[in-house]
Structure formats: C-alpha cells, structure tokens
Design a protein around this ligand. Structure first.
Ligand code: ADP
Length: 177
C-alpha cells in the first residue's frame, strides 16, 4: 500500500531569548565555514554544547567537509549538552566580504529547514543569521527569514521559532511578520 506524506505549513513564533536554552528538536547555528566555533551565537552554542559538538564538527571537517561548509549550505550534528537533539550549522553570507546576494541568506534558512525536516524534527529554532558579525541589516534578515518560513511546507516540522537576542532584532522580526 502506498502512503501519502502530507506537507504542511509550520507555525511561526517570534520570541526574545538565548537560543542555547531552547527546548526544541533542532537549534540552527550561524556558523562559519570552518565549523570549529567562533564568536556570537556560534560561540554560545559551542560553549553550551561542550566538547562533544566540537569533536563532531572536527570529524565532519576531516571527512565530508575538508574544504569547509560553503555559504548558504547546512549540515546537522548532535547538540551535546544542550536540551535540543540536533544542531544544524549553516554559513550565512558575510556582507563585509562582499556577499550581498539575498538568495544566499534565503538558502541558509531553507536548507536548514529541509535538513531538519529530513531528520524528522518537529520544532526548529533559528537565530538572526548574518545579522551580527557578518554585517547584514537585521530588517533585511527578518524579511528573508519570514518569507522562507511562510512559504515552507514540511512533512515533520510543525514549529519554526525565531529566537532573537536583542530588542532591535526582536522588533525587526515582529515588523516583518
Ligand atoms: P553572524 O556571523 O552570522 O552575523 P552572529 O553570531 O555574529 O552571527 O550574530 C547573529 C545574531 O545572533 C545576532 O543578531 C546576535 O545578536 C544573535 N545572537 C548572539 N548570541 C545569541 C544567542 N545566545 N541566542 C540567540 N541569538 C544570539
């Protein structure tokens, strides 16, 4: 007998908070191509997850991703000591390096969501990818993120939660919604 997979539009939530404490299936990390941790949300996720995450990232770099993770793509690992089950690492475009194509940022959100759905996650938390060190205007990030979330149709993901770290990012996402 054939089974039919129903793809539904997930609900979208916008909250203020620290993404490392989110009780969701997957937390998305605004990583850098090297995957071995950095500042901002990447540093916070690595600190909260502990050495197990660093080890998984190191293995990825030694096997599938010897050249690093390209901008706009995403990869999944475990979440170490965090409450989430998975971390999905994606590399946002760096405006300071001339990466100004919105399609690259859109791809970060869409690819992370696709991988979360493939891993049968029901809930996914996103930060404001590229809105920190990578220099994108958070208003633009919010519009792109919300556009991807609104048009998403998933077999498993039922909740997309944007977790914003400061007032400005929170206000931008609320406006975009
Ligand atoms: P990028 O290099 O992609 O710009 P950053 O980590 O510098 O990534 O910033 C992305 C966004 O993540 C910024 O809006 C920053 O305020 C936010 N951020 C930093 N720490 C956290 C955290 N613990 N939880 C959620 N968001 C965070």
């Amino acid at each position: 007998m054939n089974t039919v997979t129903v793809h539904e539009a997930p609900s979208v939530e916008i909250v203020r908070g620290d993404i490392t404490t989110e009780q969701v299936d997957a937390v998305v990390n605004a990583a850098n191509s090297g995957l071995l941790g950095g500042g901002g949300v990447d540093g916070a996720i690595h600190a909260a997850a502990g050495p197990q995450l660093r080890e998984e990232c190191r293995k990825l770099r030694a096997t599938r991703l010897t050249g690093g993770l390209p901008t706009g793509e995403a990869v999944i690992t475990g979440a170490g000591r965090m409450p989430a089950r998975y971390v999905i690492h994606t590399v946002g475009p760096n405006r300071h390096a001339g990466q100004t194509d919105p399609a690259l940022l859109s791809s970060c959100f869409a690819e992370s969501l696709r991988i979360a759905d493939e891993a049968e996650c029901r809930s996914v938390a996103f930060p404001a990818i590229s809105a920190g060190v990578y220099g994108w205007d958070v208003e633009e990030v919010a519009c792109i993120a919300l556009e991807v979330a609104r048009s998403a149709r998933c077999a498993h993901v039922r909740l997309i939660r944007f977790v914003l770290y400061d007032d400005r990012a929170l206000a931008a996402f609320e406006r975009a919604a």
